[in-house]
Design a protein around this ligand. Structure first.
Ligand code: FAD
Length: 421
């Protein structure tokens, strides 16, 4: 068994997937591992649709300006070819993403190891030497020159002993967790008509204590499959996503809310008369947990001011979208049309480490900024940028991610189709 690679990527979510594919295409020998049996991370295991903003509209011309292209666009193109992206350019079929990501990983030559849980890391003088994963084979240790933490929860960063922060600064509460589920055989035309009554009755039942779910309304989406309604509407507050007992309790609480929602819909609405539960995310969805303490912390002010940084590696314009960490309500702060903010390379560099980057929802950002950067298209773009940066580090003989020639990185990212300026 081969035990040494150029790059090891921990976590095969949108960020880890993109980093691994990009680095392998750019010549790195890459190992990508994940505890799940597929790629896509939260997007796959927690069944997340649709894609939130990856474009903005030019207010003058009303033209769509795509912000997150590169590998994310390749993925999107594959979905289009499979007929699995709806005309609104957002709603897609997440099961196809698992199929497409596998193909892209294989074609790029990435060594993929699923069903492998990170259980340890060895670090000396700020240099990560190896990681150990537990799987059916046993405990396996792999070495590499470069590492990427794309675990969403910054697990590798913690195991290496580098600092992180949990949730919002004031009380360390995180955005609520949500288990998504789907109902099939819904009369979707009638559902659209009944939606206002559904919201009204839901709120009335909630006020009477007959609905325990603290979410303020019923949040649903359509998919490119007839008769299916996707529910992103359970809400578990006050639990710590990186505490295994809290996580277990959250899974069970969310599933109880699914019982509650199905009973409510079937008892009251004709559109659900013949509908049945068809699937539940295999892992509760975690919006926020640990964030690394990086060389720069992206802030609420940076996002709201649509700040542009010299060391930009990705651009983004999704709203600040905070599902209340302690109850009802969702705060949405929309960025102006035609505008975007940028994510600096320094947000991917954990303090104190030389040969590792972090990409995805656990980059160095404050609670409010994280609520914007966390979406799938942006995580994918950050992953691609990290994979590219680590390739450049290797090619230049660097020993520290801070030595990466950032203008050269930006040029390379632009050549790969990503927007920088
Ligand atoms: C309920 C909910 C709704 C959302 N809605 C939307 C939406 O509508 N649109 C949108 O664009 N985004 C949405 N998001 C956000 C988005 O889905 C995630 O933030 C994004 O997918 C995160 O990508 P990532 O690659 O950073 O991390 P993840 O997808 O979390 O990937 C991390 C990977 O690391 C693996 N991993 C973690 N720890 C270990 C370990 N110790 N050992 C081995 N493997 C490990 C995990 O299995 C996972 O595959 C939503 C999120 C949630 C939770």
């Amino acid at each position: 068994m081969k035990t040494k690679y150029d790059l090891i990527v921990a976590g095969a979510g949108y960020a880890g997937f993109a980093a691994a594919v990009r680095a392998a295409r750019n010549g790195m020998d890459v190992l990508l591992f994940d505890r799940d049996g597929c790629a896509g991370g939260t997007g796959s295991a927690s069944m997340i649709v649709p894609y939130m903003n990856y474009w903005t509209i030019d207010p003058a011309t009303q033209e769509k300006i795509y912000l997150n292209k590169g590998l994310f666009f390749e993925l999107r193109q594959h979905l289009i070819e499979q007929g699995q992206l709806m005309a609104n350019d957002r709603n897609f079929h997440d099961e196809y993403v698992k199929l497409i990501m596998d193909r892209m990983l294989i074609e790029a030559g990435v060594t993929v190891l699923y069903h492998s849980y990170l259980i340890g890391a060895d670090t000396a003088d700020g240099t990560v030497r190896s990681v150990t994963v537990a799987n059916k084979t046993g405990n396996l240790t792999f070495e590499a020159d470069w590492f990427l933490d794309a675990t969403g929860d910054a697990d590798l960063t913690v195991m290496c002993g580098f600092p992180t922060r949990l949730g919002r600064e004031s009380d360390h509460l995180c955005q609520p967790m949500t288990t998504c589920f789907r109902m099939a055989n819904v009369d979707t035309a009638l559902f659209k008509e009944e939606k206002p009554q559904i919201q009204e009755l839901y709120q009335a039942w909630q006020a009477e204590g007959r609905i325990k779910n603290p979410r303020e309304n019923v949040l649903t989406f359509f998919m490119p499959v007839k008769g299916i309604v996707h529910f992103n509407t359970t809400r578990v507050v006050g639990k710590n996503p990186v505490d295994a007992f809290d996580l277990t309790a959250a899974e069970m609480e969310a599933r109880e809310q699914i019982f509650e929602m199905i009973a409510f819909l079937k008892a009251n609405f004709a559109s659900f008369k013949d509908a049945s539960l068809i699937s539940i995310g295999s892992r509760i969805g975690v919006r926020e947990s640990r964030m690394i303490s990086g060389e720069y912390v992206l802030t609420e002010d940076d996002v709201k001011a649509c700040r542009k940084f010299d060391d930009t590696i990705a651009v983004a314009n999704y709203s600040i979208d905070i599902h209340s960490p302690d109850g009802s309500g969702t705060l949405i702060y929309k960025l102006p049309q035609g505008e975007y903010y940028t994510i600096p390379y320094r947000c991917l560099i954990p303090k104190g480490v030389k040969n590792m980057l972090v990409a995805g929802r656990c980059i160095s950002a404050d609670h409010v900024a994280q609520a914007s950067v966390r979406i799938m298209p942006i995580c994918c773009t950050m992953g691609e940028a990290a994979g590219t940066a680590l390739t450049l580090a290797r090619q230049s003989g660097a020993k520290d991610v801070r030595e990466v020639d950032v203008p050269k990185l930006q040029k390379q990212l632009e050549a790969q189709g990503l927007k920088i300026h």
